[in-house]
Ligand binder design. Structure first.
Ligand code: SF4
Length: 388
């Protein structure tokens, strides 16, 4: 398999976390609590941190929300971005309250004078701005020129905003181009990626409920990442934002770009399956939800074929006809009563986690960044950056 060659982009930092410039692809999410409810927002961000979220965005729809930012920031570890629409004064208030970055749509923030005021404030504070272009809110002249919200129109809007901010000598930028359908989103990012070296934030907006949202995001974000496009991402789901983070890491893992937490492989099940596979898989997934070590775990439905079929797993269990087996790298190391399947597996995983630390077993890929074309990859993970 050819490694993914990531497009070289400029590096920016968001609250100490690098985005672009060969840094590991970061996973973002957005809180859905009312931002002025500081306790609820902090609690949600802490859950996101535990799930591995690198950067979080909070909505700042009014002065109360902007005012709450400083108190939120003081209680969480990951960078907090402020999401602003319509009112440039809120962007300035959020920056002054300590936001680590701003997400604005310069098309709806007012005229050039207001955008300049936001850029001046962001420069003073040393924070980046994400230009968030949305197919649903393109400028009227662009809609007319392209006869609708086409990928070309979205890119023209993005380039216009990039030029505007650069004309104010503001360069600390990243860009997103979101549409609610996969093909437009992918086409727009491809076009933009060919026109700029700014880091790109990937996402399919209004991606939908868990099932359809996961499919759309995996396709849209996955296609782009596979082509080397994208420096940071958010999977939008109408769900607990923690699910967005899990989904983001699954997409990165599936492409071999970055790993976090155990990978659970279950056999697809067949007529030989003699255990309640689905339930056991769910229980293991729940029990290991907070784990960061990238251990490959197999849960197989029969003791005869299971261990051999899961040769690449670090550890695994298989069960049937009253017997459970524990195996490592496809070799059975222990037999036990089938009822102990879950307990034996979890004890083994915990022991391996302790032995190897959060980076996981040797030979397994930890968070990494595949070959970047023109730059030496920065393999430092966001977790490392927080530690230093
Ligand atoms: Fe069937 Fe066993 Fe293979 Fe699972 S591991 S699919 S139960 S043969």
């Amino acid at each position: 398999m050819n490694p993914i060659r990531r497009k070289a982009t400029r590096a920016i930092t968001v609250g100490g976390v690098a985005v672009g410039g060969g840094a590991p692809v970061t996973v973002q999410s957005m809180t859905n609590t009312p931002t002025p409810d500081v306790a609820a927002t902090v609690a949600q961000i802490r859950r996101l941190e535990a799930a591995g979220c690198d950067i979080v965005r909070v909505a700042v729809p009014d002065a109360d929300a902007a005012g709450a930012l400083a108190r939120i920031k003081a209680q969480v570890r990951i960078p907090v971005l402020a999401d602003i629409h319509f009112d440039h004064r809120l962007a300035i208030a959020a920056a002054r309250a300590g936001a680590d970055g701003l997400r604005i749509n310069p098309g709806n923030i007012g005229g050039a004078r207001k955008v300049r005021a936001v850029a001046d404030c962001a420069r003073e504070r040393g924070i980046p701005i994400r230009i968030g272009v949305n197919a649903g809110s393109l400028e009227k002249d662009i809609l007319k020129k392209y006869n609708g919200a086409t990928p070309e129109g979205m890119v023209e809007s993005a380039l216009r905003h990039i030029d505007l901010l650069r004309s104010f000598d503001f360069h600390d930028l990243k860009v997103s181009l979101k549409a609610s359908d996969v093909s437009r989103t992918v086409a727009a990012y491809r076009l933009l990626s060919a026109r700029t070296d700014l880091p790109l934030h990937l996402g399919v907006t209004e991606a939908g409920t868990l099932f359809s949202g996961l499919v759309k995001s995996a396709l849209g974000i996955g296609m782009l990442l596979a082509e080397g496009i994208g420096d940071t991402l958010r999977v939008s789901l109408t769900r607990d934002p923690v699910e967005e983070v899990r989904a983001g890491f699954e997409i990165l893992r599936a492409l071999g770009i970055r790993q976090r937490g155990p990978e659970i492989i279950a056999c697809p099940s067949c007529g030989r399956t003699r255990i309640d596979l689905f339930r056991i898989v769910e229980q293991v997934e729940q029990a290991l939800a907070g784990s960061a070590a990238p251990i490959r775990i197999a849960i197989m439905g029969c003791v005869v074929n299971g261990p051999g079929e899961a040769r690449e797993a670090d550890i695994g269990v298989a069960g049937g006809d009253g017997v459970g087996v524990l195996f490592r790298k496809g070799r059975v190391v222990k037999k036990f009563p089938e009822g102990q399947l879950l307990d034996v597996l979890l004890a083994e995983v915990r022991a391996m986690e302790e032995q190897l630390g959060p980076k996981g077993p040797k030979g397994l890929k930890g968070p990494k960044d595949p070959n970047t074309k023109h730059q030496k990859p920065n393999t430092e993970t966001p977790e490392d950056m927080h530690r230093r």
